[in-house]
Design a protein around this ligand. Structure first.
Ligand SMILES: Cc1ncc(COP(=O)(O)O)c(C=O)c1O
Length: 494
């Protein structure tokens, strides 16, 4: 059941969150297959996976797949011929697809895909944490101040591609307080760390180039690089961060144009690079003239004391671009992030930023300006809640799924869990049908590794967390009983 051909695994990834929502399972499946075909992600005439293989990959009964294929056949979307299986009808596909189609790469990210498809998920343990309630009072006050100030700014055109001077100054001040000397001119305000990642890639990499990433890494970063048509190469992350010997060899071999890493509370492992490892990384990058991006999105979410100083503080050659965001401690909906680099690089990047959106919303920036002076209070509340949620998660997982293993994260909102058996991708399908979304390991990996791992977000309110983990454990029992039964899966019927 765990061995699966790559074509079937790719097809399953294309289907995304098909299992969410309501209605008969076969209808949800046929609708998802139809969408993949309509999107042009399969060539006309392309063969669909065999029914038994797809049933195993999705952990559904074979009759579910048979019924879904039958309904597609009735509607003329696919054709079947004895001996040649089920194929996309030549006219059923609107556009020819490439095997490395960017749309297909972007479609793998179950979290982002769910946002776009507006997939209803009862218990979302897949995405970034919902954080605003914890600081609702501070956010409300900052928003009220922002609105009254906005009236004063409204005589202007309202575009500020580099960022509001007051916000750039606040962000620079905060970085200095973390031990990283920074002038406001070194700050570019962005729409979250996601845009900062794309801008950093645009600054130094060219289409088709190689970018070194952690393996596993942030699913959003893989999307940013897919959209920029860069090829990510993953370097395994151990207890101290990425393996630097492998990184050195891979960067040299592939003439890497950029390395994207998170030295503090890595997503999804929660690992922190030690100071010697940080120094070695900077030496290596200097020697190879390899630009680095340090993503500090999760660096405020400490579970073990204070966070180390940013990598750029060790960097004499200005090779490190540092990115961060208010999403994980304030609110993702604010869409305020930043990129720190030498002032000349910031000026260059501002051209890309202006081409993309002419600047981040002034209202959002003003809210951030008024929140930043209270950032220490925000951090304290966030850390306290995070510690409680981590303790509760540890307790519940030990009780409900004692056979799962994980290393306690040093920080960040995720547990990176190793399953004792089976395929995480298939288990994630079963979990989704129990109303719980988690990220299967391969989605975090440039090469699709880690099919024994799931990324589980734990930073939630206790009652929700309790119920979500109970449902997840129920899904695991159903899946593992099924995995033990070599005659094939039978969860979820048409
Ligand atoms: C490591 C990392 N980078 C980037 C992001 C995207 O964040 P933003 O909302 O700031 O774009 C996240 C989201 O949680 C993240 O964990």
């Amino acid at each position: 059941m765990d061995r699966m051909d790559t074509a079937t695994a790719r097809f399953r990834d294309l289907l995304g969150n098909w299992a969410a929502g309501s209605g008969p399972t076969y209808l949800r499946l046929s609708a998802a297959i139809r969408e993949v075909i309509d999107d042009g992600l399969l060539d006309p005439g392309a063969r669909l996976p065999a029914e038994r293989a797809l049933a195993a990959a999705l952990s559904v009964s074979r009759s579910t797949v048979v019924t879904a294929y039958n309904s597609l056949r009735r509607d003329g979307v696919v054709i079947s011929r004895q001996g040649s299986g089920t194929r996309v009808r030549p006219s059923g596909s609107k556009a020819p697809a490439r095997p490395d189609d960017i749309l297909a790469r972007l479609g793998r990210n179950q979290f982002f895909r769910g946002l776009i498809d507006e997939t209803p998920v009862k218990y979302d343990l897949a995405s970034a944490p919902a954080t605003a309630t914890l600081i609702a009072d501070l956010l409300r006050d900052a928003a009220a101040d922002a609105f009254s100030e906005m009236v004063m700014l409204a005589s202007d055109h309202g575009y500020a591609p580099l960022g509001l001077p007051a916000l750039r100054a606040e962000i620079a001040r905060d970085l200095r307080a973390r031990g990283l000397p920074t002038a406001p001119q070194q700050i570019l305000v962005t729409n979250g760390a996601q845009q900062a990642t794309m801008l950093a890639a645009a600054a130094v990499a060219t289409r088709g180039g190689t970018v070194i990433v952690d393996d596993p890494t942030s699913v959003g970063a893989l999307d940013a690089f897919a959209a920029a048509e860069l090829q990510p190469v993953g370097i395994p992350v151990g207890a101290d961060g990425p393996d630097l010997e492998l990184l050195h060899a891979a960067a040299q071999r592939a003439h890497a144009q950029l390395a994207y890493l998170s030295a503090t509370f890595q997503n999804p492992t929660g690992v922190v690079m030690t100071t010697p490892a940080r120094r070695a990384l900077i030496t290596l990058a200097t020697e190879l003239r390899l630009p680095l991006v340090e993503d500090m999105s999760l660096a405020d979410l400490s579970l073990s004391g204070s966070a180390p100083t940013p990598l750029a503080a060790l960097d004499k050659q200005a090779q490190v671009m540092t990115i961060g965001s208010l999403s994980n401690i304030v609110w993702g909906g604010l869409r305020v992030g930043w990129l720190r680099a030498p002032a000349a690089t910031v000026a260059r990047l501002a051209r890309f930023k202006t081409a993309a959106d002419i600047g981040t919303s002034l209202i959002a920036q003003l809210v951030a300006v008024h929140l930043l002076p209270n950032l220490d209070e925000v951090r304290t509340r966030r850390r306290e809640a995070l510690e409680r949620a981590a303790d509760l998660t540890t307790e519940l997982l030990r009780e409900l799924v004692p056979e799962w293993s994980w290393r306690e994260p040093r920080g960040g909102p995720f547990f990176w869990i190793e399953l004792p058996t089976g395929s995480a991708s298939t288990f994630a399908q079963v979990a989704m049908r129990h109303g719980v979304s988690v990220i299967a390991g391969p989605l975090t990996s440039a090469a699709g590794n880690y099919d024994r791992h799931i990324r589980l977000r734990f930073a939630d309110e206790p009652d929700l967390l309790r119920e979500a983990l109970r449902q997840l454990a129920t899904a695991w029992r159903a899946y593992s009983a099924d995995a033990a039964d070599t005659s094939g899966p039978a969860i979820g019927s048409s």
